[in-house]
Write a protein that binds this ligand. Sequence first.
Ligand code: KIV
Length: 277
Amino acid sequence: MRVTIGELKEMKQKGERIPMLTAYDYATAKLIDEADVPLILVGDSLGMVVLGYESTIPVTMEEMIHHTKAVVRGTKRALVVGDMPFMTYHTGTAEALHNAARFIQEGGAQAVKLEGGERVAEIVKRIVECGIPVMGHIGLTPQSVHQMGGFKVQGKTPEAAIRLLQDARALDEAGVFSIVLEAVPAPLSKLITEKVSVPTIGIGAGPGCDGQVQVISDLLGLFTDFVPKHAKQYAKLADLIRKAVSEYMAEVKEGTFPTSKQSYTMDESILAELARY
Ligand code: KIV
């Protein structure tokens, strides 16, 4: 049985912190699920850390559905959230509902996430009314990177802080089951967390949130283009991969790989027969 949105809400009420990670493929999702992480996000960060785009903006529904299916196949217990790509929930309610439904029907996810506060509250309400759990995402919303003028901390002025608080409340009222707070000053995240009824999940938002989310490639030290300030590398997989690849290359060149251990044998008599041809 997978984790439910009700259980996540109970975790907030009990003061139990909620760990969340992104995943983009079967093998990684399986390991994360086996570690009992309750929430997995198939983030559109996929575009940057897996597909090599400069931002999340080019990510398509097809790419997201493809990776969501893989993550769902790798998991049994975690609640899987599919991230709705740029401009797939802005052009009208019908299109937003259609795309949210694709994550659930085709992708096999249990929920969707979308970026924005008050301006998307009506869409959120409609998706929730259709029976699809929605996770909100405010603060630094990478799909609006050009409007924000870069990947910057949000909510630093009194006006911006009030707006974020209003956004969080609007999402809460619209029926989200949780809210991601990205790149928000820690005291403001703590305040928002106290003011909303649903769990807040922080990334670069300090320890006062109900949960934390990290991009798995940052956490594992796999993505080397840049390391965000909010990321902590719990492993250095890039170094391990570089070392393994150079050892493999050297052994192939020297002829020390493969050995008999990695090779298959065959009947000597068949070989002797072949020698006559
Ligand atoms: O796409 C993503 O990985 C995200 C998280 C950073 C919250 O939106």
